[in-house]
Write a protein that binds this ligand. Sequence first.
Ligand code: SF4
Length: 439
Amino acid sequence: MKTKTHKENKVNVVTLGCAKNMVDSEVLMHQLQANNFEVEHDNSKSDANIIIVNTCGFIDRAKEQSINTILAYAGEKSEGNIDKLYVTGCLSQRYKDSLEEEIPEVDAYFGTLELPALLERLEADYKHDLIGERILMTPPHYAYLKISEGCNRTCSFCAIPLMRGKHVSKTIEALVTEAKKLAKDGVKELMLIAQELTYYGLDIYKKRQLAELLQALSDIEGIEWIRLHYAYPSKFPMEVLEAMSDLPKVCNYLDIPLQHANNAVLKRMRRQITREETVALIEEARRIVPNIAIRTTFLVGFPDETEEEFQDLVDFVKEMRFERLGVFHYSHEEDTRAYDMQDNIPAEVKADRANRLMEVQQEISAELNQEKIGKTYKVLFDRIENNYFVGRTEYDSPEVDNEVLVATKDNYVRVGDFAYVEITDATEFDLYGTLVKKQ
Ligand code: SF4
């Protein structure tokens, strides 16, 4: 039975998954708005008559969340609370046929690269003149810049190439145009994202061009911080670290998922790098950029991972003392090379290993944060929360890393502004401080 009224020609875009999916939703929303649709994002109380779910299909938990979201809106449609339900993104790309069978309430399923077809289905035109333009879903002072799509790597556990296809770089010109528009709209910080950032340019320029892209983006007035996410360790282009050292706008921050550190596991994962090469890379990065903050991600519970192999990873984390670290549980994904192996590490062992690794990291992070007390950092303020101005240093990316908290009592700074903060206290994942100088 219909339980609410809805507005015609209004679209609620629901985004699941990573920042790359978010950028796709931002582009979709801009195209819809240019076709006179009213658009909103992730509004659970929406009165829109059209829902578009942009799904994630990365690992089991993400797939479950995507399916539950689709089912929830399919229920809304059956009750007459919405007119149309469309699904796009990675889960739809990967499982279109079975989804069409299992959840027929959905009006249509689209793949990750089918924006024009989705618009056509809504009787909207794909406006080529708007390429690179989008409606930001991030706070107006920072934005994600997706520099390429797809991935040519063959990591045995990863389904992303199945959903995003081969690596396709955007041109430096197109990215500079996109970034200039963002800067004009008030963006000060750019997070560069891709499936595999360091591969940038190899397809269209036949050579790695990430350092050249950093130079071009650094020349853009208004952009103050440029941050690197999703770098790949094997054959890492060292000129990128030189650029990070030379270009003040490039944050001394590198997100580089390593996945493991035991040679036998790295081999089974097809990561094309050894522990020794990884250590050499990290040490060289810390030599070229002495105060670099390195974020990494590990995968625990890969098929046949022994307690010894896991302990080897723990020892590596203790030795390398990463500034930022995340852990994923191995997810047995169809059509990946690892799917031919046995998913023989029990879920509770995966969870236990992930917890043990994060406990080690919590200690390291607490020690590293203690060393920051008494020092002064440039901070970009993102929001006000619980009587604190909340911001980040150049060593912290939004939503995943540490934050700097400055009491609203006796301090004042505008959200979206930079200011200098002297650190007075620290916990394992946050810093507290007072404003010392406004820029
Ligand atoms: S580089 Fe990343 S996206 Fe590409 S296959 Fe490996 S894990 Fe997947």
